[in-house]
Design a protein around this ligand. Structure first.
Ligand SMILES: [Zn+2]
Length: 458
């Protein structure tokens, strides 16, 4: 008989590569299927085959669309995975943007390194391409929130996590009750609903740890409005490196509100990310995810459109905007500055002390965003070193992740302590602090699994 077990295939003592394999009698299920990002030793894991045969996996369950939870799917398809991928409707729509885009970026990177000859591999190959990514979308099966779904070896139910559009935490009934937090969102933020309260028995909890050691700024709007006033006065530009999904929409929503309340001067707001533009449309359309205010606002207008709002569609337009000195607020991806059009703005704008580079999301080690946050005096970008003379700041109150207080509030709803709580999705130091906090405040049994570790569930 199959032993019931979980194997941690990613996001162990790090924040990317979420993948957890659940073996239960009658089925093998992969929970999330994320790409490793950031440090090279982690990224190299994307190139090795999964430690288990792909064809032995009966199904995948996705908590949400972020690439660190879904970006390995096209690799699975390349390895002839042909089974269902279960996700919410919002997650499917966002994956239909994110995955092909990731494939295209992979192709472009490979093409560039072949042309410039800076890869050891001849020829350099993409991890997967756009066609693999589009192919992946054929295997999705849409599942609504709060509907128990029986699949091979277990039943699962999605609940709203409030992290990004379509995001969930998922309960798994395979005899023992497993709950996986996915990425937990926050309470009382605009647009999305709060994380749902979960009041049923949990035997084993797999819990994220991203901000387990910190508490967010309570008033990001205040800091944002001060920055906009200051940069407007000195005639500079603000570059906001924002994840196209979630942060970009929350920023637009906040700026529009600040304008409506006359708390900031009206500056042109450019959204320089085709993906953010498409994602914003999905944010308007998916009413099942809206909180009360968002539901009211979307009745007669688009709550993401500011007074001087402009969409930048092409790469040429983006470069022209990057080279111009006209004051503006520019929202561009990628959120950790690892690629995307934000690089245009950094290349031409980082050397100007009137400008401000603003970080509004989590910055993983090894990314340009993290270097900048830690005070780098120059950034390596497209083969050049760009001196950093612009002001740099971060607003962590805009994160899509709950902080330690949000997560504890969610945990306190559980009727009793799980037998064991496994911490994933966090940097090592953060996890240690988060572990002691849960042990001290809730008295729970907490464990930090290592990469590829297997644990039995009884
Ligand atoms: Zn996420």
């Amino acid at each position: 008989m199959t032993r019931m077990k979980v194997t941690f295939l990613g996001a162990t003592e790090t924040v990317t590569g979420s993948k957890y394999l659940i073996d239960s009698p009658g089925g093998r299920t992969l929970l999330d299927c994320g790409l490793f990002q950031g440090l090279k030793e982690l990224r190299l894991r994307n190139w090795s085959p999964l430690p288990v045969a792909v064809e032995s996996i009966h199904q995948v369950i996705l908590t949400h669309a972020h690439i660190d939870h879904t970006g390995y799917l096209p690799r699975m398809i390349q390895q002839r995975f042909e089974n269902p991928i279960y996700a919410t409707s919002g997650t499917f729509d966002l994956c239909s943007l994110l995955l092909p885009d990731a494939g295209k970026l992979q192709e472009e990177d490979a093409e560039l390194s072949n042309r410039l000859g800076y890869s050891k591999h001849k020829p350099a190959l993409p991890l997967f391409d756009e066609a693999d990514a589009r192919n992946t979308l054929r295997y999705f099966k849409i599942v609504p929130y709060r509907e128990r779904t029986e699949i091979k070896g277990l039943a699962f139910t999605f609940y709203q996590a409030g992290h990004i559009l379509g995001s969930t935490f998922v309960s798994i009934d395979c005899g023992p009750q497993i709950l996986f937090s996915g990425d937990l969102g926050r309470y009382n933020r605009p647009i999305l609903r709060n994380p749902e309260e979960y009041r049923q028995r949990v035997d084993y909890l797999i819990l994220e740890s991203t901000y387990g050691d910190s508490v967010h700024e309570t008033n990001p709007a205040h800091k944002l409005s001060r920055h906009i006033q200051e940069v407007d006065e000195r005639g500079g530009k603000i570059f906001i490196a924002a994840f196209s999904i979630g942060r970009a929409q929350e920023l637009l929503f906040l700026i529009r509100e600040l304008e409506n309340k006359d708390r900031i001067p009206v500056m042109p707001v450019y959204i320089d990310s085709p993906m953010a533009i498409n994602a914003t449309l999905f944010y308007v359309l998916h009413k099942e995810d809206h909180d009360v205010d968002m539901a009211r606002l979307t009745k007669n207008k688009n709550p993401f459109v500011t007074q001087k709002f402009r969409i930048i569609r092409t790469q040429e337009e983006s470069l022209l905007t990057a080279q111009s000195d006209t004051p503006a607020i520019i929202i561009a991806g990628s959120g950790m500055m690892t690629g995307g059009r934000i690089l245009n703005h950094l290349e031409f704008g980082l050397q100007n002390p009137r400008n401000l580079a603003l970080l509004v999301g989590f910055q993983a080690k090894g990314t340009r965003g993290c270097d900048l946050q830690e005070g780098a005096r120059a950034l390596k970008l497209r083969g050049k070193m760009i001196p950093v003379k612009a002001q740099v700041d971060k607003i962590d109150g805009l994160s899509g992740h709950g902080d330690s207080e949000d997560m504890l509030r969610w945990l306190r709803c559980f009727p009793s302590a799980p037998k064991r709580t496994y911490l994933v999705h966090g940097e090592r130091d953060t996890m240690n602090i988060w572990k002691s906090r849960i042990e001290k405040e809730l008295g729970w049994n907490v464990y930090i699994p290592r990469y590829l570790e297997q644990v039995d569930l009884d």
